[in-house]
Design a protein around this ligand. Sequence first.
Ligand code: ADP
Ligand code: MG
Length: 616
Amino acid sequence: MADIIRLLPDHVANQIAAGEVVQRPSSVVKELMENAIDAGATEIQLIIKDGGKTLIQVVDNGKGMSGTDARLSFERHATSKIQKAEDLFNLNTKGFRGEALASIAAIAHVEMLTKTEDDEIGTKIKIEGSKIVTQEVVVAPKGTSMLVKNLFFNIPARRNFLKSDQVEYRHIADEFHRISLAHPQVAFNFYNNGSDVFQLPDTDFRKRIVHIFGRKTDEKLVPVEEETHVVKISGYIQKPEFAKKSRGEQFFFANNRFIKSPYLHHAILGAFEGLIRPGTHPGYFLNLEVDPGTIDINIHPTKTEVKFDDEHTLYAMLKSTVKHSLGQFNVVPALDFEQDQNLDTPYSYKNKQVGIPQVVVDSSFNPFETVQPSKGNSGGGSYSKPKVDGWENLYVGLENTVDNGASHLEFESEVVISSIFDDEREVLDYTTTTFQMRKKYIITTIKSGMVVINQSRAHQRVLYENFLKNITIKEAVSQQLLFPLTLSFSTSEINILKEIKENLCTVGFVFGEITEDGVEISGVPVLVVESEVQMIMEQLISDFQQEVPGDSFSQSDMLAKTLAKTLSVKTGETLDELSQVKLVNDLFACKETTLSPFNKKVYITVTENDIERKFI
Ligand code: ADP
Ligand code: MG
């Protein structure tokens, strides 16, 4: 048999390598920006169009390349950063594999313009699918500009596999966040489709975080600092009360490189344990500096997964350092997460605990002095001081009672307000008798036997259909807030909110001004309580972050689902009889009754036969 093994031509090998290095436009952004950093740039510009599919450009003022280097940089395994294998253990650069430019040039149209400080004249190279189209000498400023157009032009399968421009943009924005956070001393500009997204001056780590995630972030940050012979930990964690529904703001950097580490993430979760609500995620921005010889960044082409020599020690140290910061900055005692909203004292009783400080003996009491200052109900003792934000609850409570009664389930309050119930009684079907079991199921009888309804899923179904209807007929009732709420978000979260704003309006949210790091909300759907607005918005953003709906119908659908999930009665909530009956009736008035919006069974039936069989 003839020999059949052949060496692959370079351009094919490069295309194959590109599959690993370049998964999507954001991979190109990462590689080009890292090259710019490695070149010692102090100013880097990122310009993209259409989620990076049509254009990605990175311009730096770094050291540039000579004509020969410029040509050579596109060869596979061409790198200036290491010379021998041992260098791998003392890396101070982002790149070292010498395959990024070769890979990118294999699957896109690339134009490089570069000049070193010493050269009079620069070099321009055009390369398409690994083939040099032109190389010429040109006038250029010091530094390098890399232009990447038509990504995957020669691999239609990969190109088709790309997500919508919005999704690809988000990946790029994530990458931009990571790199610019890792290098606060470098100035960055970011333009998307002609408009500028970020103008970040060179600064320190804290200010960089604030520039990226919004002004309000500053007050949320708690510094973390620890130095041992194994690792130097520095950075910030977010106070637990700002833990979010979305996992957005979690960053580890090892030796100035963004890394992913589920293991170390777990250490942070451990430190926050008991301080944040289930289902929320702590924010952190942590730098780990270790001896480059004790970390292996070569285990994955994108180098975000790394291996530390002594992960266990690192884990323990991280956990205790973060715990220490939480304690030291007194963040812990101020927290009050365990408090159940449903158990809140009604407003009129709120000040009744005033009694406590009166027991305190006033040691400076002098019977011969003129009258003691009166112990008015706000008192001087810190116990009796009214909560600063307490007055808001007055309105929240009122809205709550009225709205729940008028439109939906009455489950938050045990107090029966007869006038509301009288109205309701007429519309309710009194032939229905119900019974709640284990604060989870509503049981009611039907002709053939009985139905066991999962209360939470049933309510989700009811709310879901309700919201969908509102969205379609655009007739939602909204309640005006007495004082508009201003919620703060990061730029990328604001972008998501802008995308779904129109649909949010159709369900009853009313928006005021939207700035780059905050939104004003002046009205909310009747079912929504003011104090829950932030949480609902975060849930929405997080859902939309994870899964971007393709069209406006699926956007409405997702919105209705998220709202239904967030606002529904949960397992563990007691429903009074009236609410039970109303839930049953509402459920069976739905278009679809058997499945929740998330395709879970809403109820099961137990027939008389089933029961009788059990008695045999
Ligand atoms: P690596 O970064 O792993 O060395 P790349 O393919 O990304 O490999 O780049 C190859 C080489 O091209 C680099 O080692 C560097 O010498 C040079 N280079 C790439 N981008 C730049 C830039 N923006 N400025 C200066 N030199 C660059
Ligand atoms: Mg590189």
